[in-house]
Design a protein around this ligand. Structure first.
Ligand code: AHM
Ligand code: MG
Length: 335
């Protein structure tokens, strides 16, 4: 077992030899891993420093920023700027696109990130994390126009997230499956502990914020009602429900033991198009889930095929075990 626990660098160099992973993408991923390692350390020492609370500011989404949101954003910006090939950064915490190059060239990268997902859980000492996505541009783009970063999810060359839980995990896909690295205290390295993660096609576990039941559209209510009807209902089995209110933790659970996660567009968020953000939450998680054999949909469309119209755009999200996502798409089609 131990000899298979490659370090992140060893693994990425293997990916370079086997799948021609670009060296610059390896450097970028190592910089992102460094950001995650440092953010994990900030989160773990937050109670001593006293910076787990509000920063007294709001982000572009109108949400109150935590001091840790601001710190995590600074780490991502600082480290992603190292790699000379990054043309622009798009962060949940920053209104405008952060252009690093004035004349982006073919082969440059666009990096999208939610530096601290689930930050409402910080004071509770529950799992939070970071989500990221990388697009490689095939043609020169105009850095004076923020619309240049509006890329569909199927253009991603890499996506990942880190969970700051009992241990710090880094889950990465470069388009050749999904691999999970665990941060090793002492050496400070990320080591491959969960190679080739696969999502079971069938499941009997779902995750949704059920307090919003009255706000949901009919297909979501129908799915939920059938799940909780148990053995006597149309699904003829008992379902379990989980809700951490931290997408990184929900996706990690689904990658580990299957399940389906839903954050639909409902009467409470319809004017925004949903709650979760397309470019730095739904798209990267969509790529990871698909690479692990699952599916990711809005209910009517594959998430990675949604055409973005704004870089902070929100979207309905249904992802996880293939058969459940297919059933939810069927219910949407029938509505
Ligand atoms: P955030 O990026 O501001 O932390 O918001 C996203 C989070 C997700 O991690 C989670 O799935 C969802 O918001 C929880 O929403 P709710 O508060 O409705 O349970
Ligand atoms: Mg988030």
């Amino acid at each position: 077992m131990r000899e298979k626990q490659l370090t992140l660098r060893q693994f990425l160099l293997l990916d370079h030899r086997q799948h021609a992973l670009e060296k610059d993408l390896i450097f970028l991923l190592e910089d992102i891993a460094t950001s995650c390692r440092i953010i994990s350390n900030h989160v773990r020492s937050g109670a001593f420093v006293g910076n787990l609370g509000s920063a007294g500011s709001t982000n572009i989404q109108g949400e109150t920023q935590k001091q840790m949101d601001v710190l995590a954003n600074e780490e991502f910006v600082r480290h992603c700027s190292n790699c000379g090939r990054v043309a622009a950064l798009v962060s949940e915490e920053v209104d405008e696109v952060y252009w690093l190059k004035s004349n982006p060239e073919p082969g440059d990268y666009l990096v999208y990130f939610d530096p601290l997902d689930g930050s409402s859980n910080l004071e509770l000492n529950l799992s939070v994390g970071s989500i990221f996505s990388v697009v490689r541009i095939a043609h020169a783009i105009d850095a004076s126009d923020d619309r240049s970063v509006l890329r569909a999810g199927h253009e991603q060359v890499c996506a990942g997230y880190s969970v700051y839980g009992p241990s710090t995990s880094l889950v990465v896909t470069t388009g050749n499956g999904v691999n999970c690295f665990t941060h090793q205290q002492g050496t400070g390295e990320f080591r491959l502990t969960h190679p080739d993660m696969r999502i079971p096609e069938e499941t009997s576990e779902f995750a949704i914020n059920a307090s919003r039941y009255k706000l949901w559209d009919a297909p979501i209510q129908r799915y939920f009602d059938e799940c909780i009807a148990g053995r006597d209902g149309p699904r003829e089995k008992t379902f379990n429900m989980r809700w951490v209110a931290s997408m990184v933790a929900e996706v990690h659970r689904i990658l580990t033991r299957g399940g389906v996660f839903l954050y639909p567009c409902d009467d409470g968020n319809r004017t925004d198009g949903g709650k979760l953000r397309l470019m730095y939450e739904a798209n990267p998680m969509g790529m990871i889930i698909e690479q692990a054999g699952g599916a990711a949909s809005t209910g009517t469309e594959r998430i990675m095929d949604v055409t973005p119209t704004s870089h902070h755009q929100r979207v309905a999200v249904i992802l996880g075990s293939k058969s459940e996502v297919a059933l939810l798409e069927k219910y949407h089609a029938e509505a």
